[in-house]
Design a protein around this ligand. Structure first.
Ligand SMILES: *Cc1c(COP(=O)(O)O)cnc(C)c1O
Length: 223
């Protein structure tokens, strides 16, 4: 059960306390459209979902100026449905998925914005590129063959632990990885986004240069 007052006050509080230039992404997965609406009414415009079906069900129920982000593991057979319905796919975890996104975007005549998901956490998800895989991919300049995809940066999750040193190390590695990629690829434009930090660890992510934080539980309550 969502609490509309809590949603609104938390959105307002977060938006007032975040450094300028940092975007708040409200993670609405498993919460109803009414909860999204409450956040929207408090001024929030960027929302994220982790399942294609759930996202496609919510889109028509809500205002059209919402920017939807996709943050879950994207199965290749769902890409077609997603293209054209999202502002940013944050969770590109393989070269194969990226090629498919590029092909379908080209066919549709749209440009799709994406982030590469990096795997730095100690356990967690098995999804995402390792830093080494990503460096190899960029070093080979594979991004130059993209025709309808804009690589906008990196997304990552830190290790789920009380050990803040460990969490900070994860965020630091992601920020350094972005810089190494920029050094390797001087012709890469607009690779600006560092999407990192969730309800439990976003202050640490901000210290290490997060440009986007993805907050679910702190806004909408437990799932
Ligand atoms: C669910 C989810 C979040 C939000 O996590 P909270 O702890 O609820 O803030 C952020 N990022 C990703 C990739 C998620 O799947």
């Amino acid at each position: 059960m969502n609490n509309p007052e809590h949603i609104k006050s938390e959105i307002t509080r977060l938006r007032q306390t975040l450094p300028t230039g940092v975007e708040l992404v409200a993670v609405s997965k498993f919460h109803p459209a009414a909860a999204v609406r409450d956040a929207y009414d408090a001024g929030q415009r960027i929302f994220a979902e982790s399942r294609v079906q759930e996202l496609l069900e919510k889109v028509p129920l809500l205002p059209q100026d919402i920017k939807w982000h996709f943050i879950g593991h994207l199965q290749t057979n769902k890409v077609k449905q997603l293209i054209g319905n999202v502002d940013l796919i944050e969770s590109v975890d393989s070269a194969r998925l990226l090629e498919l996104i590029d092909n379908i975007s080209l066919q549709r005549g749209v440009v799709t914005r994406v982030l590469m998901q990096v795997h730095v956490a100690q356990e967690q998800t098995k999804f995402g590129w390792t830093p080494q895989e990503l460096l190899d991919w960029f070093r080979a300049h594979h991004y130059r063959s993209l025709r309808a995809t804009h690589l906008c940066g990196l997304m990552a999750m830190a290790t789920d632990t009380e050990d803040t040193q460990r969490v900070e190390d994860d965020f630091r590695r992601v920020a350094e990885l972005r810089q190494r990629i920029l050094d390797l690829c001087p012709d890469l434009c607009g690779f600006d986004i560092l999407s990192m930090g969730m309800s439990g660890d976003y202050p640490l992510a901000l210290r290490h240069g997060a440009t986007h934080i993805r907050i679910g539980t702190a806004i909408f309550g437990p799932r």
